[in-house]
Write a protein that binds this ligand. Structure first.
Ligand code: FES
Ligand code: FES
Length: 200
């Protein structure tokens, strides 16, 4: 005798499954428990803040996402790309700038925290057409190779000289130790800082 095998779940085929799914999701959406819930916020949409700064002596008014680092604001919003991004986590010193006269790694601080501050970057170091003495000393002592670390080294060197930590090569090395040079130009960098500090 011929037997017809019945499907195990004759009610479930593609058409009924899709129909059932719509019914379920429709019921969930209509649930009063979920009324008022909305889709998660776009993670790219942050709050903004208006920041007024003196950047290299120029009054500067910029609106930034509150999550923007000082480094990214300088590079992306103000187009001051002389300040370099090396590690973006405070380990290399390539992003060093002067903030109210003190050297900071600009990748580790938020732009929105510095309303009213004075920022000096490598672009603001020369006096008109005349290089800053430390910029000139870097040239004179051949203190760079690829140059990627150089603006951070120079800004840090300016801070180091202003702080008076230039009594010896060893002291300069110690107080410049947060600035990494992958090319290993340290001997000449120390010579440049020493030369500028002595004004020779
Ligand atoms: S990029 Fe800021 S310390 Fe390296
Ligand atoms: S000159 Fe190349 S990293 Fe310093």
């Amino acid at each position: 005798m011929r037997r017809t095998l019945a499907p195990v779940r004759p009610e479930l085929n593609r058409r009924t499954f899709v129909g059932a799914s719509f019914a379920v999701t429709g019921a969930v959406a209509a649930s009063p428990l979920l009324a008022g819930c909305s889709a998660p916020e776009d993670p790219d949409s942050g709050q903004t803040a208006r920041v007024r700064l003196q950047v290299n002596g120029q009054p500067t008014d910029v609106t930034v996402d509150t999550r923007t680092s000082l480094l990214d604001m300088l590079r992306e919003d103000l187009n001051l790309t002389g300040t370099k991004k090396g590690c973006d986590q405070g380990a290399c010193g390539a992003c060093t700038v002067l903030l109210d006269g003190k050297r900071v790694v600009s990748c580790l601080t938020l732009a929105a925290m510095h309303d009213g501050a004075e920022i000096r970057t490598i672009e603001g170091l020369a006096d008109g057409g005349r290089l800053h003495p430390l910029q000139q000393a870097f040239i004179d002592t051949d203190a760079f190779q690829c140059g990627y670390c150089t603006s951070g080294q120079i800004m840090s060197g300016v801070g180091c000289i202003a702080e008076g930590h230039v009594g010896s090569d060893a002291e300069i090395r110690e107080w410049m130790s947060g600035n990494i040079c992958r090319c290993g130009a340290y001997t000449n960098i120390v010579a440049a800082v020493s030369k500028a500090a002595r004004g020779v």
